[in-house]
Design a protein. Structure first.
Length: 90
């Protein structure tokens, strides 16, 4: 099932009107497109700042794919939907 940008934004943002209604476990094989990611990036840049926008996109992608993220960036530690793996522990 293809996820549109509003779904991605609900997953990325700390507060979003749609967030309480999104449960990816109920979505069969969630996917999105590069266009949705780019649109989300543009919206986030407009609403926030450049700081951590790419981290938000990486976090959303990892959550959508239900995959761990390998990183040393501490911003991922507070996101319960993904598991961060420090490459130094591999």
């Amino acid at each position: 099932m293809h996820l549109d940008t509003d779904i991605l934004l609900a997953l990325i943002k700390k507060e979003d009107w749609l967030k309480p209604h999104i449960d990816l476990k109920k979505v069969n094989k969630p996917k999105t497109s590069v266009f949705a990611v780019i649109e989300a990036e543009i919206i986030l840049l407009r609403e926030y700042s450049r700081e951590n926008v790419f981290d938000s996109v990486h976090a959303a992608y990892s959550a959508l794919k239900e995959e761990e993220i390998i990183s040393t960036d501490n911003v991922f530690d507070d996101i319960k939907e993904i598991e961060k793996i420090d490459p130094r522990t591999l």
